[in-house]
Design a protein around this ligand. Structure first.
Ligand code: DQQ
Length: 470
């Protein structure tokens, strides 16, 4: 099934073959990271959903395991194409690895119910005889009732579920003492009319000091914004989350349905689906489709904004290093860097805005062809404070520019931390204050890296570059 094309990523998690979408059931269990994912193993397109499964000791090297869940029962299987074991989460219930997922069957009433499956060895799963554990939404007339995220707090289980009603996306909250019988607490949070009409894949978790919580959602019908995070306080008694801050989570085109886990070191780690519904997906012809983002560590700043940083373990993938020293990049110039070539790279470029012209736009070109016609451009405008990733000239990529405002750091610098992996580009700006995640589809032999400046000269402080490989 797997063709040797140049799009298949080198150091990201992908299905061995077939289709992948949302991350599911992320958990640190018995000293290993387990991830599951929405999976259709038979074709490189979405179909009756299974849960693929992989595990890792270090978040970098992954071992594929047998498919954990397949549609098989009346509550998660059907006659139409639209059915299966839809998204959900995992918990450790006294050593038993427990998956909670949505059984979806098109045309059935209700269409979506919540189900449970357990495993003693972390490989083979049994669906519960008590399924469905939640057989209907708390009220009629809603749209969607899916993607349960379960966690434990003070000896009780809690669950948020994605829902929509009256044109408003919502996260519903439930509680349980045994994972089987659930009591509805109420609407934890809902859209203020600007945040979509159904919230897919909610994830609600503590971060920062004891009372701070973050709600991550993937709202449907919110225009170009595909994921959001909200920070605030959660009242467990009444299941109400009061948020004081809401922002888009990632400013790229290809980032959806992210989920998190907390590991043995107490780190909150996020993985997202590095695609989006309706994207071009040229890899489908090669028998596979879909990849996860790199694992990202989340922290909360004092002002309630999130930071997303690549996990430290990724440094294990660094091979040969190149260093480019401080230099002025003349206006209207591209500076080739012949020593830095590749389609699997990590780059950390620090520019100094104070010593660049006020009109300057500077940055990096990656995946450049020799004749200069093909490149993916990462730029920063000193005057506008805008960061852009432009894939207009990135081979057969769909054209499009991702834009986000970023203030220079206190000393005036702009730090661009990039991961290039064949058909992906992940950008972390200023230690993760903003991120941009895109798939790109350049020609296999477009391997060059350049620095550039326009409308004025720019000052590069330093550039570190590593070849990356597993
Ligand atoms: N994907 C799953 C749903 C979820 C959606 C189905 C989000 O459970 O709401 O594959 O991408």
């Amino acid at each position: 099934l797997i063709a040797g094309d140049g799009y298949r990523l080198g150091y990201h998690l992908m299905p061995p073959a077939g289709w992948m979408n949302d991350p599911n059931g992320l958990i640190y269990w018995n000293g290993e990271y387990h991830v599951f994912y929405q999976h259709y193993p038979y074709e490189s397109k979405w179909g009756p959903m299974h849960w693929g499964h992989a595990k890792s000791k270090d978040l970098v090297h992954w071992e594929h395991l047998p498919i954990a869940l397949a549609p098989s029962e009346d509550y998660d299987s059907g006659e139409t194409g639209g059915y299966g074991c839809w998204s959900g989460s995992a918990v450790d219930n006294n050593g038993v690895l427990t998956l909670v997922y949505t059984g979806h069957v098109d045309g059935r009433t209700p269409m979506e119910v919540q189900c449970l499956a357990t495993s003693a060895d972390g490989v083979a799963f049994n669906k519960s005889g008590a399924n469905p554990i939640i057989g209907a939404a708390p009220e009629e007339g809603g749209f969607g009732f899916r993607d349960p995220k379960v966690w434990q707090h003070d000896g009780q289980w809690y669950m948020v579920i994605g829902y929509g009603k009256d044109g408003l996306g919502k996260a519903l909250m439930y509680t349980s003492s045994d994972l089987l019988t659930w009591r509805y607490l109420g609407v934890a949070a809902e859209s203020d009319r600007t945040m979509g009409d159904m919230w897919e894949c909610p994830d609600l978790f503590p971060l920062g000091d004891a009372d701070d919580h973050v709600l991550i959602i993937s709202p449907m019908n919110m225009g170009s914004t595909k994921t959001m995070y909200l920070t605030g306080r959660l009242n467990y008694e009444i299941g109400k989350f009061d948020y004081r801050y809401a922002e888009r989570l990632d400013y790229g085109f290809d980032f959806y349905a992210p989920q998190t886990l907390v590991d043995g070191q107490g780190r909150r780690i996020l993985l997202g689906w590095m695609n989006i519904w309706g994207a071009q997906m040229p890899e489908q012809v090669d028998g596979w489709m879909g990849a996860f983002t790199l694992p990202r560590e989340l922290t909360l700043a004092e002002d309630g904004t999130l930071r997303m940083q690549p996990v430290a373990e990724l440094a294990a993938l660094r091979k040969s290093r190149e260093f480019v020293d401080r230099q002025v990049i003349p206006a209207e110039s591209n500076v080739s860097l012949p020593a830095i070539q590749g389609d699997q790279l990590e780059l950390i470029a620090v520019f100094n805005t104070k010593e660049s012209d006020v009109e300057a736009v500077f940055g990096l070109l990656v995946r450049c062809s020799e004749d200069g016609s093909e490149y993916t451009e990462v730029s920063y405008s000193v005057a506008e404070h805008t960061l852009r990733v432009d894939r207009t000239h990135a081979g057969s990529s769909e054209a499009g520019v991702s834009i986000v405002e970023v203030e220079p750091m206190e000393d005036g610098s702009i730090k661009l931390h990039l991961f290039v992996d064949r058909s992906s580009l992940e950008l972390f700006a200023n230690n993760g204050v903003k991120t941009i995640t895109n798939r790109i589809y350049p020609n296999g032999d477009s391997l060059g890296v350049k620095l550039f400046a326009r409308h004025g000269e720019a000052c590069l402080e330093s550039l570190d570059a590593w070849q990356m490989s597993l």
